[in-house]
Design a protein around this ligand. Structure first.
Ligand code: CA
Length: 231
């Protein structure tokens, strides 16, 4: 499934960059290494990677800025990004998630953990690419073209905002999305609604998911995530 995947590594620590290149290559991926944010944007423009491993702390243009620019451009918005960060505080994680990170690995990390995350992100993105607009997690099935939602085989009726919220969560299972991030995904950037509005929509979605409502977890002080059902 993951053969011939091209990974862009953006890391200004040369030894670490080389270590990543070596390990990606022996895992069967091709990779390109750049050391600056601008280098990353240039590399993406030349050859679009299947995934980007992006260090947050880079000289001049940092990783958050690089991700923000890539996510703002329709032609590059879908490229999965895994941030490497030395900062493990929640606030930094939220900034990263709002900038469109698909996953996070905090330094220092083990290479095998990072490679597992890479494979997970590639699997999620190829699943989405391969089936167009189908999002599935456990019993929950969304078809974003048809605006159709099902739990097991039963259709459920979601409002447009509820549908978009659920789709945002399902696009990255286990990933925490801040309320602000959810507002911008589901309602639109720059539109003023209170974070409480999101709580109300999430409560409605949970109700409609019935016994699977607990798949949507509240992460206190942060936001929400969706996980596979435990039964
Ligand atoms: Ca760095």
């Amino acid at each position: 499934m993951n053969e011939n995947r091209h990974i862009l590594v953006v890391e200004d620590e040369l030894d670490l960059a080389e270590l990543l290149r070596y390990n990606l290559n022996i895992s069967g991926h091709t990779s390109e290494v750049v050391h600056t944010g601008q280098g990353a944007l240039n590399a993406v423009a030349k050859k679009q990677p299947d995934l980007i491993i992006l260090d947050v702390m880079l000289p001049e243009m940092d990783g958050i800025e690089v991700a923000t620019r890539l996510k703002a451009d329709e032609s590059t918005a879908a490229i999965p990004i895994i941030f490497l960060t030395a900062k493990a505080t929640d606030e930094d994680q939220i900034r990263g998630l709002d900038a469109g990170a698909d996953d996070y690995v905090t330094k220092p990390f083990s290479v095998s953990v990072l490679l597992a995350r890479v494979d997970g992100a590639l699997r999620r993105s190829s699943k989405h690419a391969g089936t167009g607009s189908i999002l599935e997690l456990g019993p929950v099935h969304l078809n974003t073209d048809e605006h159709e939602a099902r739990v097991n085989e039963s259709s459920i009726r979601l409002t447009l905002t509820e549908f978009r919220l659920l789709a945002s969560l399902m696009a990255g299972p286990n990933r925490v999305l801040s309320r602000r991030g959810l507002i911008s995904n589901a309602i639109g950037p720059g539109i003023t609604v209170t974070e409480r509005t999101i709580d109300v929509h999430v409560a409605a979605i949970r109700r409609k998911l019935g016994k699977h409502g607990s798949m949507i977890q509240t992460v206190r002080g942060v936001g929400y995530r969706i996980v596979e059902p435990t039964d």
